[in-house]
Design a protein. Structure first.
Length: 155
């Protein structure tokens, strides 16, 4: 199936971008009230992160239908996308534990997968960036950032 113009993916990436900004704001927000305000911030984070990763997953499924990526990528994504989503939530928690630099991970993990989904459905990007190398770099970065997040959060 040839890739068409990715207008739907561009719209979804805009929605995902808004959710990433909201998630970053939530990660850097320090509730001033008691336990109720902290619970409200945690619930807000869960809703935003669930929405963000749902949109990212839909984008990736659309990209898989385009059949432009190597055959091993969907199988690897079955493991790495949930791992990245959990690492994203852990990075938000790290921001709440005075590691504000982790907000970079909060933004980078979904951005890598969004880029990959756009790459898979955009003929110009596919022509400029070879499939094997792009797949290895993006999914390797997703694995590395996720693993580093888990290791740092454990200390």
């Amino acid at each position: 199936m040839p890739a068409s113009r990715p207008y739907g993916l561009l719209l979804l990436s805009l929605v995902a971008g808004v959710l990433v900004v909201l998630l970053m704001a939530n990660a850097l927000y320090k509730p001033t009230g008691g336990g109720e305000s902290q619970i409200a911030a945690a619930i807000e984070m869960l809703v935003i992160i669930a929405g963000l990763w749902f949109v990212v997953l839909v984008m990736l499924l659309i990209a898989v239908l385009g059949e432009a990526m190597p055959s091993w990528v969907p199988w690897l994504a079955l493991v790495l996308v949930p791992m990245a989503a959990v690492a994203d939530a852990v990075a938000v928690d790290m921001c709440g534990r005075h590691m504000e630099w982790a907000v970079v991970i909060v933004a980078a993990l979904p951005a890598l997968i969004i880029f990959y989904a756009l790459w898979a459905r955009t003929p110009r990007l596919r022509a400029a960036l070879p499939a094997e190398r792009t797949s290895i770099v993006v999914w390797g970065a997703v694995f590395f950032l996720s693993a580093v997040t888990f290791v740092i959060a454990a200390y």
